[in-house]
Design a protein around this ligand. Structure first.
Ligand SMILES: [Zn+2]
Ligand SMILES: [Zn+2]
Length: 342
């Protein structure tokens, strides 16, 4: 079975589609195949599906609403780094689309600038033409003078040659005049064409959410179609989520700091209580030797038990941290998807 088909089936039927009815194991949100973006918010692969920026299939096969709920209500929420990783990912997409918006705006301003150069180009050609005709007119004048002088001297051949040269120059002048008329017509046509293009460009604008070209003052139906288009909505969702998530992460940080502070206070309070207790017990020891021994034994036993529980807890946490590290390594290994697909 191809990867594509497997992933499609996973999306349709869940990744445990092959398991026999009784065999399905209880899924947990920290399973390695769970898309953690989905737990936190949404899968970026989902929101761009079948748009110009389709990201292909998500490399994590499990996107499950129940797991999302169990993560959202879990006391591990906000402590696994999922939010930060999701935020980093959607920020990259957000930055990409902003580069695209900038590029498209640059393109609009360049076409507007280019349209001015036609007048300049034709203006230069017309100026050259006029200068050349002036030179030729002067040349014709000089040659006719020369012909007159030579004729008066009786140098018929020289006079004739000067007249022939003058005729040639006149012919060239006429050619230049025809060219000038053509240039003027071309110039007018180019300018009016440019005006249309420029006017078209002026009516164009770049959508500040998704980077698409849009017509200014377009028909409401078309504007509506754009705003409810999947691509536009996806980028809008990303922009909104970044704002919300930044705030959520800040609040989580605050909460954790407060928790740490109150834990420290609890610890110092219990230490001072213990000190008082031991002072009291020392005071009583003289009188209740036998009973104290019993109670100390009990204390020791409980301390031992506390200590063991604490160690187990720590081992569990270390194991979980390793899992997290493994997961973020795995994330880093996979190259970031391309969003520049046209
Ligand atoms: Zn996903
Ligand atoms: Zn848009």
């Amino acid at each position: 079975m191809t990867d594509y088909m497997a992933q499609m089936l996973n999306e349709l039927m869940g990744s445990q589609r092959d398991a026999m009815p009784g065999e399905r194991k209880e899924l947990r949100f920290d399973d390695v195949n769970v898309c953690t973006d989905f737990l936190v918010g949404f899968c970026t692969h989902d929101i761009f599906r079948n748009t110009k920026n389709d990201l292909g299939f998500c490399k994590y096969s499990i996107h499950d609403e129940n797991l999302k709920k169990s993560y959202q209500t879990s006391d591990r929420k906000g402590k696994m780094g999922f939010e930060q990783r999701f935020l980093d990912r959607i920020r990259r997409i957000h930055e990409d689309v902003h580069r695209k918006i900038q590029k498209h705006e640059d393109r609009l301003s360049v076409t507007q600038r280019e349209s001015k150069s036609a007048e300049e180009t034709f203006g230069e050609k017309i100026q050259e033409n006029e200068q050349r005709r002036e030179q030729l007119a002067k040349k014709v004048e000089d040659l006719m003078d020369e012909a007159a002088v030579e004729g008066a001297k009786g140098n018929v051949e020289a006079a004739q040659s000067a007249v022939e040269k003058a005729d040639k120059a006149k012919f060239e002048m006429e050619e230049l005049l025809t060219e000038l008329t053509n240039l003027r017509t071309e110039k007018d046509r180019a300018i009016s064409m440019e005006e249309n293009v420029t006017a078209g460009n002026r009516q164009m604008q770049v959508c500040q959410i998704c980077g698409c070209f849009m017509l200014q003052n377009d028909a409401p139906q078309r504007v509506d179609d754009h705003m409810t288009g999947k691509l536009h909505i996806a980028y809008q969702q990303i922009a909104d989520t970044i704002q919300v998530l930044e705030q959520t992460i800040e609040e989580l940080k605050q909460k954790r700091m407060e928790e740490r502070f109150s834990r420290r206070q609890d610890r110092s309070r219990s230490r001072s209580n213990e000190r008082k207790r031991s002072e009291r017990s020392e005071h009583r020891r003289d009188h209740r030797d036998h009973r104290d021994r019993d109670r100390d034994h009990h204390h020791r036993h409980r301390d031992h038990k506390d200590h063991r529980e604490h160690r187990e807890h720590r081992e569990h946490r270390e194991h979980r941290d390793r899992g997290d590290r493994h997961r973020s390594d795995r994330d880093r290994r996979v190259s970031s998807p391309k969003f520049t697909k046209k």
